[in-house]
Design a protein around this ligand. Structure first.
Ligand SMILES: NC(=O)c1ccc[n+]([C@@H]2O[C@H](COP(=O)([O-])OP(=O)(O)OC[C@H]3O[C@@H](n4cnc5c(N)ncnc54)[C@H](O)[C@@H]3O)[C@@H](O)[C@H]2O)c1
Length: 260
């Protein structure tokens, strides 16, 4: 695993609850990180991606952030090791996307994008084949989940009393202005009609405790609307439990002969 924060701990715990077939055996974390597996445990710690590659993991999963996708993942792919990523917002950078594709081709490996905190991406990908006319995403979280983001300069998060939409724009703008909160918008843009055509609205609502995601799509297939109300991880209000579960699901599918 790259990173060992709230999602990493949740993933490790849920894999352990599911039996002993899969486990996180090693983690790549920054040397200065205080968020890492307990010393003396069964998780081997690396601070350098070349050491992780030399150890030859059977799969690498990224639960770290956009910088890790940029700095570590191309090396892992080029070394012939498949990678599942969850920091999907990083793929709004077209150059990085191209670099990752080149690295995967050179290494004969695969980059797999987890569904993360949202659902319906399979329907969106299928619907795209017949043509999509519009895709819109509304993300709504409690004010605390927007702290540390550009939302702080667009509304007073501590004062709002009702649901407040503080951003409307494209997925490209959302990725640029809310890099740490753009993972879901990016996943929808990649599965559907791209960063320039996907409409994004972001809102804070003091009356909710969940992170809500609504996706609507119209096209030749018809239309759909899907809404998720996600519980967050106890250690990180910005991260949904479902995002961690989607990593577990990606790991299990990767090693399973029948993709059911
Ligand atoms: N796709 C989605 O729907 C979705 C949802 C939630 C979170 N995410 C992504 O998941 C990531 C992890 O979430 P979290 O709650 O565990 O965050 P967290 O802040 O609790 O943990 C991040 C961990 O990554 C490590 N890290 C940071 N930069 C690194 C690097 N360059 N190389 C290696 N390790 C590095 C940190 O030391 C820490 O251990 C988030 O940064 C976000 O990008 C995606």
């Amino acid at each position: 695993m790259i990173g060992y924060g709230a999602m990493g701990r949740s993933l490790q715990a849920s894999l352990a609850r599911s039996g002993d077939r899969f486990k996180i055996a090693a983690a790549l974390v920054p040397a200065e990180s205080r968020s890492e597996p307990p010393a003396g445990g069964s998780v081997r710690i690396f601070h350098d991606v070349s050491e992780l590659i030399a150890w030859r993991p059977s799969l690498v999963v990224e639960c770290a952030g956009h910088a890790a996708v940029r700095d570590a993942v191309p090396h892992v792919l080029r070394a012939g090791i498949d990678v599942v990523i969850v920091s999907i917002g990083s793929l709004s950078d077209a150059k990085l996307l191209g670099d990752l594709e080149a690295a995967a081709i050179a290494g004969d490996s695969r980059l797999i994008v987890a569904s993360g905190a949202v659902g319906g991406l399979d329907a969106l990908r299928a619907a795209k084949r017949a043509g999509l006319t519009s895709v819109a995403y509304l993300g709504c979280k409690p004010p605390a989940a927007w702290q540390g983001s550009a939302a702080e300069s667009l509304c007073d998060l501590s004062e709002i009393t009702t649901r407040t939409v503080f951003f409307e724009g494209t997925a490209e703008e959302a990725a640029r202005r809310f890099p740490k909160n753009a993972n879901v918008a990016a996943a929808i843009a990649l599965a559907g009609i791209g960063f320039d055509r996907t409409k994004v609205s972001l809102a804070a609502d003091p009356a909710i405790t969940c992170n809500s995601h609504n996706v609507t799509a119209q096209g030749a297939f018809g239309e759909f609307s899907i809404t998720l109300h996600n519980n967050s991880l106890p250690d990180n209000p910005k991260t949904s439990l479902l995002a961690a579960m989607s990593m577990e699901e990606s790991i299990v599918r990767h090693f399973t002969p029948l993709e059911l």
